[in-house]
Design a protein around this ligand. Structure first.
Ligand code: BES
Ligand code: ZN
Ligand code: ZN
Length: 466
């Protein structure tokens, strides 16, 4: 993995090329104070301070300075330095005015590529690092950790299902635990069938090497408030016997994106030593097709005791989450957060960039919304609309896992989960895409963390400042 530590460092007076950030309001005043050569060059480039234009290099006695247009110099977005971090030549840089703050994240992320599966082209020399210095050394560590957590999500999601089965997710959790002294417990085989029947059912069709399991990690002092973090870990979602069409299946290696978010969040919590007792739960399964596959019409008694009729084997995420949530609840947590690539309907409603957020408390939703604005990791609240619960009625069981109506798909999925979380426990559920269909600066096409930074920011607020 990319080592971000050397790329964002404290200002100790080292030589650094200045980067001038301008916006459409400040550009004219700034340009007036530049040498005539600069103005001529900027004019030749038709650089007018409007964002969207990357940057211009201004020659300075054998070296250069940089000018770049951003939307608003007073409020730097996390992504406004990403194009620079990606394209500038090797070397050390520093903002001519102000500090990068949030924007250092994009600078770092622009320098990470998922190239595990590219044979290196020998005649293409690798470009050296682009280092950014800051006068706010206190922000360095956390920025680096956010970048690391983000690429953890991206790399796990990008890794093909062939290389990333339930065992590899388990290994990823064990790797995190070994760095922090956290405890890991994995339930599989007969214990899974008995204790977590929904997880076992969804994973029943997989080959023995890719057997379903529940991976649990526990960390932190016992007298700290208990926080449960749950993530959907479907390593590949073929749809099961209700097989997806080719177009719907193509990206389904990313169906463990919720697990990747949950694990990355756990890493951030442990690195920051948040005063919580963390309980991470990742049900890891492959939704495959075989004679052992669970079937439409099957009825499974969940861990909680509710009988669930399988209406559609492609609504598997909510099934594995249900048993994991039930287990989380048994620990009497003070808060539960879950992440899942749960429904196509959430994407229809909000598009790829905006995770749907469901919360059973207005204050929890409010704090997540304000954190989302603060760290520019947007989420949009959707309702836990009680009347739609009846769309999950079964003729012969307590409930069905899917509705016969195509309407309100992300809400009915959330209502299904809600059955497994008692009202007394604050709970937030994120239905995220975990993917980027088109590249943006610092955000290549492929797996991405959507909703990770906002939750971490809200947790810091809740446990450090409240
Ligand atoms: N993993 C999918 C949801 C998904 C699809 C997320 C596409 C992102 C992009 C999930 O398991 C699923 O298949 N959900 C079904 C539920 C339906 C059968 C009730 C869906 O959303 O169509
Ligand atoms: Zn599915
Ligand atoms: Zn799925």
């Amino acid at each position: 993995m990319t080592d971000f530590t050397p790329l964002f460092v404290a200002d100790r007076g080292q030589k650094a090329r200045p980067i001038h950030l301008v916006d459409k309001d400040s550009f004219a005043g700034w340009a007036k104070k530049r040498p005539a050569e600069d103005r001529a060059l900027l004019e030749a480039h038709r650089f007018d301070g409007k964002s969207g234009f990357d940057f211009v290099l201004l020659p300075r006695g054998g070296d250069f300075e940089v000018v770049s247009a951003v939307k608003n110099t007073a409020e730097l977005s996390p992504w406004c330095l990403a194009a620079l971090g990606e394209k500038l030549p090797e070397g050390t840089y520093k903002l001519a005015e102000g500090e990068p703050g949030n924007a250092a994240l994009g600078w770092l992320l622009a320098q990470h590529k998922f190239d595990d599966f590219r044979s290196k082209k020998k005649d293409e020399p690798e470009r050296g690092p682009r280092v950014l210095v800051t006068g706010e050394p206190a922000r360095v560590d956390e920025t680096v950790r956010l970048a690391e957590a983000t690429v953890l999500v991206r790399d796990l999601v990008n890794t093909p299902a062939m290389q990333l089965g339930p065992a590899e997710i388990e290994k990823a959790v064990r790797d995190e635990a070994s760095r922090t002294g956290a405890q890991v417990k994995v339930i599989s085989g007969k214990d899974l069938v008995e204790g977590f029947p929904l997880i076992a059912s969804v994973g029943a069709a997989a080959t023995p090497e890719r057997a379903p399991r529940l991976i649990e990690l526990e960390w932190g002092k016992s007298d700290h408030p208990r926080l449960a973090v749950v993530g959907k870990g479907v390593v590949f979602d073929s749809g099961g016997l209700d097989l997806k069409p080719a177009s719907g299946m193509r990206l389904m290696k990313k169906d463990m994106g919720g697990a990747a978010h949950a694990l990355a969040l756990a890493r951030l919590i442990m690195a920051q030593k948040l005063p919580v007792r963390l309980h991470l739960l990742i049900p890891a399964v492959e939704n495959a097709v075989s004679a052992d596959a669970y079937r439409p019409g099957d009825i499974v008694k969940s861990r909680k005791g509710l009988f669930v009729e399988i209406d559609n084997t492609d609504a598997e995420g909510r099934l594995i989450l249900a048993d994991a949530l039930a287990k989380a609840v048994e620990g009497k947590p003070e808060l539960i957060v879950d992440f899942a690539t749960l429904t196509g309907a959430a994407r229809i409603a909000l598009g790829p960039d905006l995770p749907a957020m469901f919360a059973n408390r207005d204050d929890l939703a409010g704090s997540l919304e304000s954190s989302a604005r603060e760290v520019e990791d947007p989420v949009w609240r959707m309702p836990l609309w009680e009347p739609y619960e009846e769309m999950l009625k079964s003729d012969i069981a307590d409930m069905a896992n899917a509705s016969s109506s195509p309407m309100a798909g992300s809400i009915t999925a959330a209502m299904f989960l809600k059955k497994f979380v008692p009202d007394e426990i604050p709970w937030a559920h994120f239905d995220t895409y975990a993917w980027r269909d088109a590249a943006k600066p610092g955000r290549p096409k492929g797996g991405d963390a959507l909703g990770l930074r906002v939750v971490f920011a809200a947790l810091k607020e809740r446990y450090l400042h409240a």
